[in-house]
Write a protein that binds this ligand. Structure first.
Ligand SMILES: [Zn+2]
Length: 487
């Protein structure tokens, strides 16, 4: 007996506070068999799911579309319509589908669509009918009622920083096999928590959030447990459903699902004051960098391209220039005109360019520098998880004691490979700026003497009160005072 399992993926994480729209052409899209070439033997959800399905031996995979994009601003309406339309059209072409595994991030937003993933799941459900449908999610997903309604089981990550993509794909695939075998009958409980969370306590290995996740894992390990997670939303995806949730799915045991969801939800709510970021002023951060021996890492969470920011913040660069910083610093920035100017001038040339403020000019004003072009690159490199990154025209500029990695397009600046593949080894510097709130810790804790979360402006600032929220659930902690308990 062979079951035909449809595979689709769409992933992007949106900061609605980033004014630069995300376009269709920025998505990296694989179709059909190319999905296997791109994802097998990587550390992704799809690879994890493929391995479980292969091992089972009864599954014929039906790959359709896998589309993912660096986090960014809201997806322009025609571009989102085209993207979702192509996925749906590809699914419509398939016949005799027995089940579907849909790999999602969950915190995507269109310029006019607050819930693209819910829309996709609803439309796929309509096309595919009443067959087993499992989706995996980032725990930063903005969970909507529509998503819960149109999937049988939703399987979220259990780690932050995220290191369990592969395992999440495996759990999703096992859940799908349970549905195909007819051994599971999902009962779902969801508790909504009017809270937005940031800060170190979210680190699942060491922080309080990890305790909540371990409660979820304990639920999954019970006889009736199928999937459980705390889905905290991307705090910068300001859409009507934005809040946190606990989602528990059990096998035909609604009571156990509800008991667990409420118990874990209460734990999160009682600890809400802990889940706020402690940030250090730029001035103090630079003092600490001057006083510390060994590598200092500045976390520029406010301009985290990993969370949807524009990547063109020059706030830290400006601070370092103004303070006359003399130590060796490595700084990434997205600046297409500066990269183009470096290409035009060539390696070894000295150029006068401005840096920053090309994508979010309301927040960042360009700063003029004289730079020497150290090297030029086509921008393609390999992320730590085995997938390919692409910053397009990429230049390394030398400004005083600073090396600046200038990319034409945003890339994730979370790991070390983004630097290393451009000839820059983070361990050789006194200061490295990363564009990530926490994910970078996986790759930098072992080489850093000091990590500083810097308080600078940006469309993904952990200082949530600095952002112009308009759409999220209200009242909500910490944006409002005295938010009533959901219990
Ligand atoms: Zn995430």
């Amino acid at each position: 007996m062979t079951w035909r399992v449809l595979i689709a993926e769409v992933k992007q994480e949106t900061s609605t506070f980033n004014p630069m729209p995300t376009l269709y052409d920025e998505f990296r899209i694989y179709t059909g068999e190319d999905i296997f070439t791109a994802y097998r033997d990587t550390k992704t959800e799809l690879a994890g799911a493929f391995d479980i399905f292969d091992e089972d031996g009864r599954i014929e995979l039906v790959p359709t579309v896998a589309a993912d994009c660096v986090s960014g601003g809201p997806i322009a309406t025609p571009d989102l319509d085209r993207l979702l339309g192509e996925i749906e059209a590809s699914v419509r072409l398939q016949s005799s589908i027995d089940a579907a595994y849909i790999c999602l991030h969950g915190a995507m937003a269109g310029a006019d669509e607050g819930d693209p993933e819910g829309r996709l799941l609803r439309n796929l459900r309509e096309i595919l009918g009443d067959i087993p449908l499992v989706a995996s999610l980032d725990l930063h997903c903005v969970l909507t009622d529509r998503m819960v309604e149109h999937a049988d089981i939703l399987v979220p990550y259990h780690t932050y920083p995220h290191t369990d993509h592969y395992e999440t794909g495996q759990r999703a695939a096992r859940n799908l096999l349970g549905l195909l075998d007819g051994t599971s009958k999902p009962t779902v409980a969801r508790v909504k928590l009017p809270m937005l969370v940031r800060g170190d306590e979210l680190l699942t290995a060491t922080g309080r959030f990890g305790e909540a996740i371990r409660m979820c894992q304990d639920v999954e390990a019970t006889e009736s447990g199928l999937a459980a997670g705390v889905i905290i939303g991307n705090a910068f995806t300001d859409v009507p459903a934005l809040q946190s949730s606990v989602l528990v799915t059990t096998n035909d045991d609604a009571e156990a699902a509800l008991e667990a969801a409420e118990r874990i939800g209460k734990f999160m709510w009682e600890n809400r004051e802990l889940f706020q970021a402690k940030l250090t002023s730029l001035e103090e951060s630079i003092c600490q960098a001057n006083e510390t021996d060994g590598l200092v890492v500045f976390s520029d969470a406010a301009d985290a391209t990993a969370s949807g920011a524009s990547g063109d913040s020059n706030a830290i660069l400006k601070g370092l220039l103004a303070s006359g910083f003399l130590k060796r610093a490595l700084i990434p920035i997205v600046d297409a005109p500066a990269a183009a100017a470096a290409f035009k001038a060539g390696v070894g040339a000295t150029i006068d360019v401005s840096l920053g403020g090309t994508r979010d000019p309301g927040r960042f004003e360009p700063v003029a520098v004289t730079a020497r072009v150290k090297s030029l690159h086509d921008g393609r490199f390999t992320y730590e998880n085995g997938t390919i990154g692409n910053g397009d025209q990429t230049a390394v500029l030398i400004v005083g004691s600073m090396h600046i990695l200038v990319t034409q397009r945003p890339v994730y600046v979370v790991g070390q490979r983004v630097f290393q593949d451009h000839g820059l080894n983070p361990a050789d510097y006194d200061l490295v700026v990363v564009k990530s709130p926490n994910g970078f810790r996986t790759w930098y804790e072992s080489i850093a003497s000091l990590i500083v979360p810097v308080d600078v402006p940006g469309s993904t600032s952990a200082n949530l009160k600095s952002l112009p929220f308009r759409n999220c659930v209200r009242p909500i902690f910490p944006l409002n005072e005295d938010v009533p308990s959901p219990f």
